[in-house]
Ligand binder design. Structure first.
Ligand SMILES: Nc1ncnc2c1ncn2[C@@H]1O[C@H](COP(=O)(O)OP(=O)(O)O)[C@@H](O)[C@H]1O
Ligand SMILES: [Mg+2]
Length: 417
């Protein structure tokens, strides 16, 4: 039962301008005819509007809380809230002409001035300068009645933090192949931004989105910096990203840093994906910042005995304290994660358009299948071949081969099978 009466609900609905008065009247008549009882209770009445596709659950929740403002923004009809970050709220909204569903990032009115507004506009400019399947598309920026907003591609997804926390609730951890694939895709997005002179500066699980098809897009260029741009130190109020993912060099000077700071953030994000918490979760903000400069995170092996050694090496290299010891470019991270996925049998070189013979070479001492220089673990090889069992190491005989895709077939031929 709601404390709002059915009449009040209809009144708030009218005031909200979500529906035209005649739409409300027509729906009310129809509901009275079909489910007369719904008229006794505002919650039931509201749910009938939802059933008919006239309102969203979110609309109803707001209206039943007597909130009826802010459902339209210029040409947009707001359908629900997607998330809230440090600076802003992001809504799902439908454009009234194109009917496209977009994500609308709104700057709260009290912040719509000075440095905040400048930064907000820089985010829109950053998005507009980028075009990558691994970064959400920007559609533009606008203002209505003092409310500033940025419109961007809606990506039906969870952020990495939500995803990992959801798994943890079910007692599960993110599979290594998923972690490797997400980091690879995020690195592809970062590579694109870096090549255009943009450093993201706030790479963290909340800013990496993943959909059900395991596709990744980077969001939130709110702190992004064009390398060499003349932002004067001190003019930025929120200099830092979250303390939990910040590169050591970024804690000292957040302006004179380069793309390698994003790679540190990516490493800390990978660490989060593997164990479900940031590398240095304890202590005050200064203590945690110091930890990024001085301490080593607890080994992932302490919690996940079967962790992939090569993936942990990627993580450690990304999180090297000294930028010179890290991967030097996002492209190198893409390469390393692709090798890792191939080595463990979760992809073929062809998935990545790679043909180099030593693409997935294993380390010394690994037992595996060595064909024409491509050295795979027997596990990996049998996964690639779709075989139940594989005889190693003599000639990599396939004992029972399942159906192969065209790509696998070419791959095998090239390997001399
Ligand atoms: N384009 C989008 N599509 C879907 N969800 C989004 C989109 N942009 C943001 N979100 C959601 O909103 C949250 C906050 O967005 P973000 O841009 O990071 O805001 P902030 O700058 O305030 O941190 C994200 O973590 C994500 O859950
Ligand atoms: Mg964010």
């Amino acid at each position: 039962m709601s404390s709002v009466t059915p009449d009040e609900f209809i009144d708030y609905l009218k005031r909200s301008a979500l529906l035209a008065p005649r739409e409300i009247d027509a729906a009310s008549v129809e509901i009275r005819r079909a489910v007369p009882k719904a008229l006794d209770d505002a919650t039931r009445l509201a749910s009938e509007f939802v059933k008919r596709g006239l309102l969203t659950e979110w609309h109803v929740r707001q209206l039943l809380k007597r909130k009826y403002k802010g459902f339209t923004l210029g040409r947009y009809r707001v359908l629900g809230r997607l998330g809230t970050g440090g600076m802003s709220s992001v809504y799902l909204a439908e454009h009234d002409i194109t009917k496209r569903r977009e994500a609308i990032k709104v700057l709260p009115k009290p912040k719509a001035e000075g440095e905040y507004l400048k930064r907000f506009h820089r985010e829109a400019q950053a998005l507009a300068s980028l075009s990558s399947p691994y970064i959400v598309d920007g559609y533009g920026a606008d203002e209505r009645d003092g409310v500033h907003f940025v419109a961007m591609e809606y990506f039906d997804s969870l952020n990495l933090r939500q995803l990992v926390e959801k798994l943890a609730e079910n007692g599960e951890a993110l599979p290594y192949e998923d972690a490797a694939s997400y980091i690879r895709q995020a690195a592809l997005g970062l590579q694109h931004a870096h090549e255009r002179g943009l450093v993201h500066r706030d790479v963290k699980p909340e800013n990496v989105l993943v959909n059900e098809r395991k596709e990744v897009k980077i969001i939130d260029f709110g702190l992004a910096l064009f390398v060499g741009s003349s932002v004067t130190p001190g003019s930025e109020k929120r200099i830092l990203g979250t303390a939990d993912y910040l590169a050591p060099e970024q804690t000292v000077d957040s302006h004179n840093l380069d793309a390698r700071a994003d790679l540190y953030g990516l490493g800390a994000t990978l660490y989060f994906c593997l164990v479900g918490r940031p590398p240095f979760p304890n202590g005050s903000v200064p203590e945690r910042l110091l930890a990024h400069r001085r301490k080593e995170p607890t080994s992932v092996f302490a919690e996940r005995l079967d962790a992939w050694n090569d993936l942990l090496q990627i993580c450690a290299k990304l999180m090297a304290k000294n930028p010179d010891d890290r991967f030097q470019t996002a492209a190198e991270v893409v390469d390393a994660t692709e090798r890792c996925l191939v080595r463990h049998g979760f992809a073929t070189p062809f998935d990545f358009g790679r043909r180099d013979a030593d693409f997935a070479n294993l380390g010394d001492g690994d037992l595996g299948v060595d064909v024409e220089g491509l050295f795979l673990s027997s596990d990996a090889a049998s996964k690639l071949l779709g075989a139940d069992k594989l005889d190693v190491p003599d000639g990599a005989e396939v004992l029972s081969s399942k159906r192969l895709s065209a790509d696998d077939d070419t791959f095998l031929k090239s390997m001399g099978f």
